[in-house]
Design a protein around this ligand. Sequence first.
Ligand code: NAD
Length: 724
Amino acid sequence: MSSESTTIRWEQDDTGVVTLVLDDPDQSANTVNKAFRDSFAAITDRLEAEKDSLRGVILTSAKKTFFAGGDLRDLIRVTPDTAQELFDGGLAFKRQLRRMETLGKPVVAAINGAALGGGYEIALACHHRIALDAPGSKIGCPEVTLGLLPGGGGVVRTVRLLGITDALLKVLLQGTQYSPRRALENGLVDEVAETREEMLAKARAFIDAHPESAQPWDRPGYRIPGGTPSHPKFAANLPAFPANLRKQTGGAPYPAPRNIMAAAVEGAQVDFDTAQVIEARYFVELAAGQTSKNMIQAFFFDLQAVNSGAGRPKDVPARKVTKVAVLGAGMMGAGIAYSCARAGIDVVLKDVSLEAALKGKGYSEKLCAKAVAKGRTTQEKADALLARITPTAEVSDLAGCDAVVEAVFEDTSLKHKVFQEVQNVVAPGALLCSNTSTLPITALAEGVERQEDFIGLHFFSPVDKMPLVEIIKGERTGEEALARAFDLVRQINKTPIVVNDSRGFFTSRVIGHFINEGVAMVGEGIEPASVEQAAAQAGYPAKVLSLMDELTLTLPRKIRRETQRAVEEAGGTWTPHPAEAVVDRMVDEFGRTGRSGGAGFYDYDENGRRGLLWPGLREHFTKPGHTIPFRDMQERMLFSEALDTVRLLEEGVLTSVADANIGSILGIGFPGWTGGVLQYINGYEGGLPGFVARARELSERYGERFTPPALLVEKAEKGEIFTD
Ligand code: NAD
């Protein structure tokens, strides 16, 4: 076979060291595509043929990243019919890696940038791994986050390198992406280098010192660290595995962790080559299944589309915010100030008194101290971040701010008042944003002179952790304001979705359906504990009644009453949801208003810690023996959100499928295995027609709110799916 290679350069020096430079000429990153597989096959042939004249091999890349892994565009298309092809192709590639690993010459991975998934698996097949401490560089096996497992030998080798428990906990089950330093601490790499030159020098030093390198698992007497399942000590731990698995998935349908665990445990009991076949079987099963397709669609393609600016007007030049005014230093304002300062933006944090503003800055102080203590940042960086936040009670201190983010109480006239105070003090043309979670943006904009610069910027709590921001365009919001708001959200490293103005926008409105459905089931007399369990096993991160307690029972009630008034004033008729009567009784009859009030669907101790479900629920609501199929409980919650999302598309509030999917997962906890609220419909058993049929069934059993909207029926009839 020819040693000509298209994606890997062979550079040999006169000491017999070959540097294999990964450099796909057609892509900005190296991936496992056909060209790479062919190149790699040719390279392994050449390595074997010229072995006697070689002293060692260094594998590195000419790109910013080391290697990006498998091509997800191929993987998402795998079906049960093409699964065998994937299985064969995967094993063939693994055999090439094995040939390199057993060459008898030292092979060093000089990891010059990110090595995730397939990239790290290639490095694992080398005898020594040296990572360049490049900014933003990440190392690990994040496949589980896409519903997959590392199918390029990653399970087999991490188990043999670290032992079953560490491989599972540190690498495989969470998909943690480590910085080079943390990868070193956790045993994923052997050395870290500060510069490229140092990295290559270290690689050469390893080759000099280990002329006949072999993997630990290919040496005589090798044992898997920590033992194998056949060892009595390890076997004693095995019963805990299913429990841990359940803890990770909450019982939700995530097949990847189960397959990873099975591949690790089964693979540890057989020889290396058999373990590779076992890994391949579990990998292909995942790749051909629906969950990985949902997760790849959402967490790779949709996320990329959303973050790269699909919703941003194209012809407005990018602009960075340098100084932001945050109005209101309460829970949200404090978090927004921190997120902006962390991204290098100067913040003036204003509240009614300096004391309140200082308290808001105190939140950043706490977060910084914690980050320093945990080694996630340095004291110097923390000090610089805090120095960027200026607390104040003086409007005049807002001079020069090129953006305003308002987060005062949820009250239209107060919001109008604070904007009036600041609009002529901040920089001329400053972007004007409100963090309202429910008030229509168009009406809020009426309180400012430059309505075209006014926009909704809806953050989620806690702001420092939640990755999503919902941008809401009012009727008079200009394209420039939209582009600037989008850029600001990206500047603080969050993900922006863009929606049109409407009561509750997308996220608050849709999450309301989830909560209402859970509460309605309690009202029907179903055991509250079953309702909670149904939410957890559907994959919701928070159980439905506990979530309602967090939000308070009074706030949604207030919003509902305002909405009802607005509907009726517009000449419409309000259709009460069965949840309303339950909430009204909880508040009016039993005085239980949620966690902040000390009592809700759950009991709370004096420190606000959640206890058990309130026994009174069973007494006042539960009908003993009354139940409905568990699947109905779960699907009532999932369908209620999905169906309303379709209505939001019909109403033009949502304009992008990717925004709906990403917004639902990152903003309101729609289960990740579904790929998001519209991908859930696409991937439902039987596709859209199957979803429509099931919605009609739920509608007959539980009420007209499950009637499929016209857009959904039409798409099902035309054989279409939801896609941008
Ligand atoms: P909060 O009660 O914690 O904070 C409000 C702050 O605004 C208080 O510190 C108050 O002193 C200050 N304030 C009042 N009048 C002011 C004025 N004239 N000038 C400057 N500051 C003033 O409330 P929060 O939970 O942070 O919510 C703030 C806004 O964010 C609301 O519009 C809310 O709907 C929205 N929001 C809240 C959440 C949430 O989960 N809490 C999520 C998204 C959006």
